[in-house]
Design a binder for this molecule. Structure first.
Ligand code: GDP
Length: 528
């Protein structure tokens, strides 16, 4: 077997999705413990402390180092290499989450046993369904009273429209929680509160018939459990690997993340059954992960990840081949080669310089403004990975500077932050305004906060008469020039220098379109 094939086969790249507060952060922390990144446990928690500030970003600001490792966390587990991609928590970051989910091969859905299926879980599930992403589910907080497990599985099946195949089953709940039974191996994992910081999360007995199980949980509870297991067996679906890989069936686990209970059976099953890096569609062909030549795409850009490095990093998911430090890659969008010097990997403990990386891995490339979200990199082939969207902004604000001498800094800050993709930045042709477009209103607060914190610029955002933006495309140079002259008052350049029509009203947009046949008004900036 080739090295690439071998390395791809042992990789598992996934994201955790959940409604806020279901336990994503806590579970991440425990998974990292199993991966040997003990020192991370406290730090992920630290991020949590400031969580309920206006946004995750501000919390991240307080725990600077964490933003690096929490974006992508790589850890070894047994023979496997696990890449865990963080999805942003707040609803306004929906596009970011969407893009992260294009870069994974599977997802883990965390559900609060008391709350069941919540609104954000439903939305995220819809996104996963677009690509038939395989999903496992962890029902969390079993140390508290919650819904009846059988009813909860019914709820998941009917609300999320996915079949459930329980792999572990709880023995009791809340104060009566005694453990879980592994339905495939028959093993009983005992729950012992307080044993949560060690790697081995529980005492394991080979079956419910082991006399030590009765001794541990009592005869009554054992009898109750036997009845329930019979019921579960009759009422639920057995695990079916193919149905899982097609995204039609979710293996389900029960546990308590904060007590590190039920996490190990989940992780063991995950590395064994979750898909390895999958083939990916491009504009012209499907790329197999085992191909010799490097390909990948950028799904996220983050500015100023680390105050010591004041840099911007583009996150590239490797789709095929092998990355080696210092190699050159071809960027089909610009037609240029780019040297991938000092690319970063994301071992859970700290970011490190990558020597090699393989399909499924994510590397961080230093970006000096030449890389955009959605960009493909290859070893010369002119292809573009498809399905990485760039959303059109729906809200617009004009930046107002408190200190006019900081204009240069403001421009730079807006341009760099807009590279991350959550906001877009426009400079009208006829005025000195700086206009920011976003999909959610929270983005303006985040940008104002970061401008101050990262660029030392005190700015606010005020209403501006812009209803929508359209990217202008016209192959006829004469016609384009003509259009530009007539419509200069409503035209602007985006951060990449592309011409954009900022329509004050929808009616205005319609009229402008009618008056300019042969000029295309595109709702999103195209990448390829
Ligand atoms: P996130 O918003 O999904 O990342 O959720 P967190 O991991 O931050 O957890 C939200 C809250 O639930 C925190 O107060 C956690 O301590 C708590 N929590 C997480 N897992 C458990 C659990 O298994 N049992 C209990 N009782 N609380 C938990």
């Amino acid at each position: 077997m080739s090295a690439i094939k071998q390395e791809a086969a042992r990789r598992r790249t996934f994201a955790i999705i959940s409604h806020p507060d279901a336990g994503k952060t806590t579970l991440t922390e425990k998974l990292l413990l199993f991966g040997g990144a003990i020192q991370m446990a406290g730090s992920v928690k630290g991020r949590k402390a400031a969580r309920h500030a206006t946004s995750d970003w501000m919390a991240l600001e307080k725990e600077r180092g964490i933003s690096v490792t929490s974006s992508v966390m790589q850890f070894p587990y047994g023979e496997h290499i696990v890449n865990l991609l963080d999805t942003p928590g707040h609803a306004d970051f929906g596009e970011d989450t969407y893009r992260v989910l294009t870069a994974v091969d599977s997802a883990l859905m965390v559900i609060d046993v008391a709350k069941g299926v919540e609104e954000r879980t439903i939305k995220l599930m819809e996104v996963c369904r677009l690509r038939d992403t395989p999903i496992m589910s962890f029902i969390n907080k079993l140390d508290r009273e919650g819904k009846n497990p059988i009813e909860l599985l019914d709820e998941i099946e009917s609300v999320l429209k996915i079949q459930c195949a329980p792999v572990t089953w709880p023995i009791g709940m809340g104060k009566r929680l005694r453990g879980v039974v592994h339905l495939l191996s028959g093993e009983v994992h005992l729950y012992e509160a307080g044993k949560n910081h060690t790697r081995q999360d529980s005492t394991i007995y080979p079956s419910i018939n082991d006399p030590r199980v009765e001794a541990a949980i009592g005869a009554d509870m054992l009898a109750e459990l036997r009845d329930e297991l019979e019921l579960v067996e009759g009422a639920s679906h057995p695990f079916d690997q193919d149905a899982y890989l097609r995204g039609e069936q979710a293996p389900v686990f029960f546990g308590s993340a904060v007590n590190n209970f039920g996490v190990q059976p989940l992780l063991d099953f995950f590395v064994q059954h979750a898909p390895q890096p999958q083939p990916r569609e491009t504009t012209s062909r499907e790329v197999e992960p085992t191909e010799d030549k490097l390909t990948g795409f950028v799904f996220k850009i983050q500015a100023n990840m680390d105050p010591q490095h004041r840099d911007r990093v583009a996150f590239m998911r490797i789709c095929s081949g092998k990355f080696s430090a210092g190699m050159k890659a071809f960027q089909p969008r610009t037609g240029k080669d780019l040297k991938l010097a000092n690319a970063l990997t994301f071992m859970a403990s700290d970011r490190e310089i990558a020597e090699h990386a393989y399909p499924g891995d994510v590397i961080g490339i230093h970006n000096h403004g030449t890389i955009s979200i959605g960009d493909t990199f290859t070893e010369g082939e002119n292809i573009a990975f498809t399905g990485i969207p760039n959303f059109a902004p729906e809200l617009f604000r004009r930046a107002r500077l408190r200190d006019p001498l900081k204009l240069k800094q403001l421009q730079k800050g807006l341009a760099q932050l807009s590279e991350e993709g959550a906001t877009q930045f426009f400079r009208p042709l006829m005025s000195n305004d700086l206009i920011l477009g976003a999909v959610g209103v929270l983005q303006f607060d985040v940008v104002a906060y970061r401008l101050k914190d990262e660029y030392g610029v005190d700015a606010s955002f005020e209403q501006v008469q812009v209803a929508t933006a359209r990217w202008i495309k016209c192959d006829d140079a004469k016609k384009l020039e003509d259009f530009r002259e007539k419509n200069a008052a409503n035209l602007a350049l985006d951060a990449a220098g592309q011409l954009v029509y900022l329509a004050p009203t929808r009616v205005n947009l319609q009229l402008a379109q009618e008056r300019a046949p042969g000029v295309e008004f595109l709702a999103t900036r195209e990448h390829a």
